[in-house]
Design a protein around this ligand. Structure first.
Ligand code: OVV
Length: 407
């Protein structure tokens, strides 16, 4: 059987509308809004011939499919490749790319290491780091919101929180880009990522070893779970790898996208400064509005249905989180960025048993950055065009020229 992007060819049920689009084309990744609305308008589930996949983008069906871990599994990969049919580019993640019961055990360990209680112990360092960084940026006439702020902050605080002895912001940021591009098709973005994967992945694997971690970080908490017999030492190393896969590029993107939203909506920055209880709701709105992880897939593990349409075993289903987060049927006025929206139920952290296990730490990082900026920064002004950095799964900026005006 000839595979299509590493999965079984699909003949969709005749009742399913066809959407002739390449969701991974550069112009779509750079400006996804027209694709999102075309996807929602075409139907509750559509067939995309280019990759022979099904796709969902309406809020209800996206949430339903994404959280139905019994029909739509993660163990066959959350990208276009079906791990049952094609060897993945790296050993599968033992939390992302597994189903219950395997998932339940590793998830428990990660959930404990990333609990609100643990994140509270990190907040003093997050705030102090944000203060020093913002003070430095306020002295510059112009900054790049991406390199100088969005990348600088997580690559400082996160390796420290994990307890990494090896420092290389570049390897951390690049590994994230590789992991997320890898879930896409065999396009230029993925090929470019894969060319660098051996070197970057080797660095990451080495950095996950117990003797490369301090005894007071969340890396050590994971190894302590191995000492307690909850997981093996090999599994502990793999879970530390998950920290480094999912913990840097995502928060870098969250901070960059927050700066994009707030610099383009100065009235919303004013509203935030006037009422700092809006800092957390503001971050949720940034997540809804920009969907840092725009797309993940699932695989039908048995013959099933979406919205009454038959879906055969082996079908890959693109869950377009970015489209669900912009569904007018759910949000009313999705195109408005409103810091007081409080968008409960947004899909940016996913949903169900695989919902982002690091969301507390992500919120902690953003709270530190936004609260320090609310205290010190009067205005966040655009100083040039924003440039996006296309990625098969992440919607992130490449450059964001800004001028920060002190209070
Ligand atoms: C949520 C997420 C994204 C990417 C990688 C991983 C997790 C992982 O566990 O490696």
């Amino acid at each position: 059987m000839t595979l299509i992007e590493g999965h079984r060819p699909l003949t969709p049920d005749a009742s399913i509308p066809v959407l002739d689009v390449d969701p991974y084309a550069l112009d779509v990744l750079l400006d996804p809004e027209p694709f999102y609305s075309a996807l929602r308008d075409a139907g509750p589930v559509v067939y995309i011939p280019r990759y022979q996949v099904l796709a969902v983008g309406r809020y209800d069906e996206t949430r339903q499919t994404f959280s139905d871990h019994e029909n739509f599994v993660s163990s066959r990969g959350v990208g276009l490749n079906d791990f049952k049919l094609e060897k993945p580019w790296r050993a599968p993640s033992i939390i992302l790319e597994v189903d219950p019961p395997d998932h339940t055990r590793t998830r428990k360990v990660m959930s404990k290491a990333l609990s609100p209680k643990v994140v509270r112990t990190m907040m003093d360092d997050f705030i102090a780091t944000a203060e020093a960084l913002v003070d430095r940026l306020l002295e510059q006439s112009e900054i790049d919101g991406v390199a100088d702020l969005a990348e600088a902050f997580p690559t400082t605080v996160f390796p420290k929180a994990v307890g990494m002895k090896d420092v290389s912001p570049r390897h951390l940021v690049d590994y994230g880009a590789i992991v997320f591009n890898a879930v896409g098709p065999d396009n230029d973005l993925r090929r470019h990522a894969m060319a660098r994967a051996p070197e970057v992945a080797a660095w990451i694997t080495a950095a996950c070893a117990r003797d490369r971690l301090t005894d007071d970080g969340i890396g050590a908490l994971v190894y302590q779970a191995a000492d307690a017999g909850e997981i093996t030492p090999e599994e502990a190393a793999m879970l530390v790898r998950s920290f480094l896969s999912a913990g840097v590029d995502t928060t870098v993107t969250g901070i960059g996208n927050a700066m994009w939203c707030l610099s383009r909506n100065p009235d919303q920055w004013e509203a935030l400064k006037a009422d700092t209880s809006l800092i957390r709701p503001c971050f949720e709105e940034v997540l809804r509005y920009t969907s840092p992880v725009h797309t993940f897939l699932r695989t039908a593990n048995l013959d099933t249905q979406i919205a009454g349409h038959p879906v055969p075993e082996g079908a890959k289903v693109m869950c377009v989180l970015g489209a669900a987060n912009m569904d007018p049927a759910k949000w009313g006025d999705p195109q408005a960025f409103r810091v007081d929206r409080k968008p409960t139920g947004h899909m940016a952290f996913g949903a169900g048993i695989h919902g982002c296990v690091g969301q507390n730490i992500a919120r902690g990082e953003l709270e530190a950055v936004l609260s320090v900026m609310a205290r010190k920064v009067a205005r966040i002004e655009p100083a040039g065009d924003a440039v996006w950095r296309p990625n098969n799964a992440i919607r992130a900026l490449d450059r964001l020229p800004l001028k920060l005006i002190p209070n």
